[in-house]
Ligand binder design. Structure first.
Ligand SMILES: [Mn+2]
Length: 291
């Protein structure tokens, strides 16, 4: 049985995971993850993508969404997850940060181009500090091997920061580079790029200015400039439970949060058509996910 399949066993039975098996899994991911910061999804004559927002260790919910929407016959063609797989693991999800990280890495490696796992601010802590991660503690507790956490972070570094679909969606954890050369900024990110892409807030949110991140926030104006410059029609992001599910800036920006860990407005996912030009959120479908 493949080591990628082992992950599924661990999800139900974390104590069946061993340090050796996890090392083997991490070895097997070599060369299978994108290894670049921006990936693009080609247009299709038909098809749908499912976008999941912050997971925060909520393995049962992530598993349910993947099985219901991706793995079943007639499900979506591809999944984009917007990052923040770790930290603030909810009750009832033992070792949720560790298992969510291993699960998305395994899915991304198993379905290249079809399961696109982006990094959030909790996955970029080597570049911009976030709170210390539960993943390290969980790895030590469950597997007795702290070097494993370092190896998992090495693999997480191979996940992209942003994705675009050829029909007009830009997706990232929190926002977009404000540089005119936004692709260049993503290819060679500096600290400000990370802040803009995985930490930024929208000026319409009550949390804007409250996280200690000194950034020009996303506004109608900065969004319009980015959409024009990048040739995109919409931005889909996560990171902020206070505006999740709310279409903003004339129906051109949507925030999704897909976790029971931090719920403010609800738990959401978004379906995007991969055919036809996306000029607004009009043709997208917001799913309200039961807890
Ligand atoms: Mn976040």
């Amino acid at each position: 049985m493949s080591v990628l399949t082992d992950v599924e066993l661990w999800l139900n039975e974390p104590h069946s995971a061993t340090a050796d098996k996890v090392h083997e899994l991490l070895d097997s991911l070599g060369g299978k993850l994108p290894g670049k910061n921006l990936v693009s999804v080609p247009s299709r004559s038909k098809g749908t993508a499912l976008v999941l927002g912050d997971i925060h260790g909520d393995l049962p919910l992530l598993r349910r969404m993947v099985m219901e929407h991706f793995e079943r016959a007639g499900g979506v063609d591809l999944v984009v997850t917007l990052g923040d797989y770790v930290d603030r693991t909810p009750e009832g999800a033992p070792f949720g940060s560790l298992m969510c990280a291993l699960y998305v890495l395994a899915l991304a490696a198993r379905h290249p181009g079809r399961f696109i796992a982006l990094r959030g601010n909790h996955e970029t802590q080597r570049h911009v500090p976030a709170q210390p991660s539960e993943l390290d503690e969980e790895a030590e507790q469950l597997l007795g091997d702290r070097t494993l956490a370092t190896r998992i972070w090495d693999r997480i570094e191979e996940l992209p920061l942003a994705a675009t679909t050829e029909n007009g969606a830009y997706l990232a954890h929190a926002g977009f580079p404000m540089d005119a050369d936004w692709k260049g900024a993503l290819a060679h990110p500096v600290e400000r790029t990370y802040l803009e892409v995985v930490w930024n807030d929208v000026d319409a949110s009550p949390i804007c200015g409250q996280r200690g991140i000194d950034q020009v926030p996303i506004s109608e104006e900065t969004l319009s400039a980015f959409l024009h410059n990048s040739g995109s029609g919409i931005v889909v992001r996560g990171h902020d439970p206070y505006v999740a599910g709310l279409p903003l800036y004339h129906d051109r920006l949507m925030t999704v949060h897909t976790t029971r860990s931090v719920v403010r407005t609800g738990i959401f996912a978004l379906k995007l058509p991969l055919d036809g030009r996306l000029r607004s959120l009009e043709r997208t479908q917001l799913l309200r996910v039961p807890p």
